[in-house]
Design a protein around this ligand. Structure first.
Ligand code: NAG
Ligand code: NAG
Ligand code: NAG
Ligand code: NAG
Length: 393
């Protein structure tokens, strides 16, 4: 016990020293991962216990605040309700029209995804405006996706300068000023657009490239509506519905292939799509893995898969103990670009809490010219065989 306290106080000193050093460096290029004090665990001057509502610069280490910004501690109560701290011991709450921001050095022209955890305090329609000015998006916190009372979200932006500000603002104007979203664990990641692979018109069809995920965060990352494929947290893909889909990792979920996949949530209200390059009039085959995330999701699980003018309702019925199956949709391309899209047929929740949203998992999405055109290859083989037999071999 004594040892532990000594260790942790030394650690805090270290953190404080590091923060000072960093503050004096002229905005070093941000590496992928947590922003400086992005988890709000660095003690403010005077310590956490003396911290009231802040309004002004530098009272939360490494962050600039504007309006009523408050550090909350795990276990803290408000009107009989325990405030939710997504991770660790502390988080911040943004009051009416309040904001926090941090200056970061990114790479002009690149696309970055910002990952953060958020919870709402009261039942009102709370939302968060995330921005890297001039780009911004308002994330609706009304839908609770997990029973824990908080969720992790990602938002992507193409940065127009090297020195930018990452800003979180509560656009709300509630009668009760203590209502307001709680945020925690803010990270950034530079996104790469994966190269097109041979024999697959789908970009990032294995979903391996996506937003930052914390190694030990077990709720996955929600990808809210993003109608612009150029700045999607999931390169190549668009979330075109008003509800989010969940980006999941193999550390906490069952994933058909690689380390990442998508779990479709909220039935028709959670749609992902991609426009893929096709040659008109050619026959194609859309194939993908369909599985379960091993998150106690109540069956049945099924997806609607769209490819051009074809739609297929596919139920998850794996063989024996497999965690996924492969499915396909055949279609004939009508244009140079064909839309492929997926949503969950059912509105599933977890069987243990009956509240957390869950659903079928998709992975390894491929679109390729269909095998039927390979009959040509078949006939060549046949002709060769014939030729060989003619030569008496
Ligand atoms: C979000 O904040 C940005 C600036 O930080 C502002 O330009 C934008 O209008 C805000 N959006 C909404 C919907 O309030
Ligand atoms: C997650 O990891 C971080 C750093 O590795 C640690 O400080 C934190 O306590 C961990 N959180 C949980 C919930 O295990
Ligand atoms: C299914 O699981 C059982 C027990 O876990 C195992 O013995 C069996 O080999 C598995 N079957 C397949 C097809 O993987
Ligand atoms: C698509 O076509 C292939 C053969 O080219 C066939 O094996 C498969 O069953 C077809 N899929 C569907 C869903 O009809």
């Amino acid at each position: 016990m004594g040892m532990k306290m000594v260790w942790s106080s030394t650690r805090w000193k270290w953190v404080a020293v590091c923060t000072l050093v960093m503050a004096h460096q002229i905005a070093a290029q941000v590496e992928d991962g947590l922003l400086i004090n992005g988890d709000f665990e660095t003690p403010p001057p005077g310590g956490f216990s003396n911290f009231g509502v802040s309004d002004g610069p530098a009272s939360i280490p490494s962050w600039k605040t504007n309006g009523a910004v408050e550090i909350i501690s795990s276990g803290e109560k408000q009107g009989g309700m325990i405030l939710i701290v997504p991770e660790g011991e502390h988080a911040v709450r943004l009051g009416n029209d309040a904001e926090i921001s941090q200056e970061v050095k990114l790479e002009k022209g690149s696309i970055y995804s910002v990952t953060f955890s958020a919870a709402r305090t009261c039942a009102q329609l709370e939302s968060l405006n995330v921005s890297v000015p001039p780009a911004s998006q308002t994330i609706d916190l009304q839908t609770l996706y997990s029973v824990q009372g908080w969720d992790t979200y990602a938002w992507a932006v193409q940065v127009e300068e090297d020195d930018v500000r990452v800003v979180f603002r509560n656009p709300g104007m509630e009668d009760d000023p203590t209502c307001g979203p709680i945020i925690d664990d803010i990270a950034v990641k530079k996104l790469f657009v994966p190269e097109k692979v041979k024999d697959n018109a789908v970009l990032n069809g294995d979903f391996e490239e996506g937003p930052w995920m914390f190694r030990n965060a077990s709720l996955g990352v929600l990808l809210p509506t993003n109608l612009d494929e150029e700045t999607s947290s999931l390169p190549g893909w668009i979330v075109e519905s008003n509800r989010a889909v969940r980006y999941i990792d193999s550390n906490h979920f069952t994933v058909p292939e690689g380390k990442r996949a998508i779990e479709l949530l909220s039935g028709k209200e959670g749609i992902i799509s991609q426009m893929v390059e096709t040659k008109p009039k050619k026959p194609y085959r859309l194939s993908f893995s369909l599985g379960h995330a091993n998150d106690k999701c109540k069956q049945p699980l099924a997806v609607m898969a769209f490819a051009g003018d074809q739609a297929e309702n596919i139920h998850y019925t794996p063989n024996s103990n497999a965690t996924f199956q492969t499915a396909d949709v055949n279609f004939t391309a009508k244009a140079e670009r064909t839309r492929v899209a997926f949503y969950s047929v059912y509105y599933n929740t977890r069987s243990d809490d009956m509240t957390s949203l869950c659903g079928p998992v998709i992975d390894d999405v491929r679109v390729a010219i269909s095998r039927s055109s390979k009959t040509k290859l078949g006939s060549i083989v046949l002709m060769l065989a014939l030729a060989f037999s003619l030569f008496g071999m």
